[in-house]
Design a protein around this ligand. Structure first.
Ligand code: AMP
Length: 413
């Protein structure tokens, strides 16, 4: 019998090793295309420890489509994703590529239902939509991104990676608010935590930096960006985090208050005459650093402090005071702390914040090295003294890489 001779290309299927990561916000879509073949997830972790001939060696493309639905911007999320597809095609990396293994979607709220990266089905989309009341600003945009991406490539596995998932291991003692249990359960009121992909990535990368397995170390992660959160991670498992039902709880942030007495809300309603939406906007958008001094950018606050600006100084002091309280609290929660890791825009870049946050904590075994701390860099590094019992690290976060790894781990052959 005659057999048709196959060429090598025809007989060897293309291995799909690329993951497109989509972060669909209310008015923007951020994307990154990563190749997961090299480096492997294991070496990727090591990159954090021994970086970085090429910090994003696996990143093939990235970009952002902004001002969705605004004058001068694209009309809607469908148009935004079409633009993403066009930008990728222009670079020879089109969505039709057989090398694409999956799309990984950042989804903000997974509730108690989603605690793992999840292959998206119609049922999963419906469940994410049910969680909209818990994240009214974020989940609807995430769902639209998922729906449009599924329409573009219906055959492609799509994976949802939840910002809350890493925190789902919190014990009930940390996750429950001390309010009437039946009321809390009826309305899903509990602490979920956010920035989970960052806390997961940074806590593992910190272990790698110390030459240890995640299971061997206890880490306090301080994710200090415009939004900010702390977590206590015991042996790779999150046991507490500072954000709660929503991202409003915890640290002082760029525009959010973080912790306040809940009675402030009743007071503002009854005495101040503000309605619930006004209070929501006040606490989420007009509080934190911007509410205290008019600026939410730590660079600008630093500049004003250097000029002797008292408002900027007070905002900084309140920010640092709260941060120190969480370091102390999580030291007590963990008992033994091996490392404190700073990450995100402020944590990675502001030596002043790191120093002020840990200054005088030598009795807790925390000794920051002023010289090391002052050196700027974009690689994972230690900034503690050689004698510090607790390692202090600066670890650049990479949420897209973490999402890609989690998505790929579900679909890889
Ligand atoms: P993120 O949300 O992680 O992108 O962080 C954004 C925030 O990082 C900005 O609002 C700034 O406050 C802060 N930031 C960025 N670069 C610097 C820097 N060089 N020094 C101090 N803070 C910075």
């Amino acid at each position: 019998m005659n057999s048709v001779p196959f060429t090598k290309e025809e007989t060897e299927p293309v291995t799909a090793t690329r993951v497109l990561v989509l972060n669909s916000g209310s008015s923007s879509v951020k994307y990154q295309l990563l190749d997961m073949a090299s480096p492997s997830p294991a070496t990727t972790l090591n990159r954090a420890a021994a970086p970085h001939s090429d910090d994003h060696g696996s990143r093939l493309a990235c970009g952002i489509v902004e001002r969705i639905g605004e004058p001068g911007g694209v009309a809607d999320h469908a148009a935004a994703l079409k633009q993403v597809a066009d930008e990728l095609s222009a670079q020879g990396l089109g969505l039709d590529s057989p090398e694409l293994a999956a799309v990984g979607h950042r989804v903000v709220h997974g509730g108690t239902r989603f605690t793992e990266p999840t292959l998206i089905t119609d049922e999963v989309v419906a469940e994410i939509e049910k969680l909209v009341p818990l994240a009214p600003l974020h989940n609807p945009a995430n769902v639209i991104g998922i729906k449009v991406a599924r329409e573009l490539r219906p055959d492609l596995p799509q994976v949802a990676v939840f910002d809350t998932a890493f925190h789902s291991t919190m014990p009930e003692a940390a996750a429950r608010y001390a309010i009437d249990r039946a009321t809390a359960d009826r309305h899903g009121v509990r602490r979920y935590g956010f920035h989970g992909t960052s806390h997961a990535y940074v806590s593992r990368a910190t272990a790698a930096l110390l030459g240890k397995e995640p299971s061997e170390v206890n880490v306090i992660v301080l994710h200090l960006g415009n939004g900010a959160s702390a977590s206590a991670v015991r042996g790779g498992v999150c046991v507490d985090t500072s954000m709660g039902l929503t991202p409003l709880e915890g640290l002082v942030m760029g525009t959010r208050s973080g912790d306040i007495d809940p009675a402030v809300i009743f007071h503002l309603a009854r005495v101040g005459g503000l309605d619930v939406d006004e209070i929501d906007t006040l606490l989420n958008k007009r509080s934190g650093l911007v509410g205290l001094c008019g600026d939410n950018d730590m660079r600008e606050i630093g500049r004003r402090m250097a000029e002797g600006d008292a408002d900027a100084q007070l905002a900084f002091d309140i920010y640092i005071h709260r941060l120190r309280k969480y370091v102390g609290a999580y030291t007590a929660v963990l008992g033994r702390v091996d490392a404190i890791a700073f990450t995100a825009g402020v944590g990675e870049n502001s030596a002043a914040v790191r120093e002020a946050a840990l200054e005088g904590l030598e009795p807790l075994g925390i000794e920051i090295d002023a010289v090391r701390n002052a050196v700027r860099g974009n690689v994972a590094r230690l900034v503690s003294t050689g004698t510090s019992r607790v390692a202090v690290a600066v670890v650049p976060t990479d949420e897209e890489l973490e999402i890609a790894q989690q998505a790929y781990s579900l679909v890889r052959p």
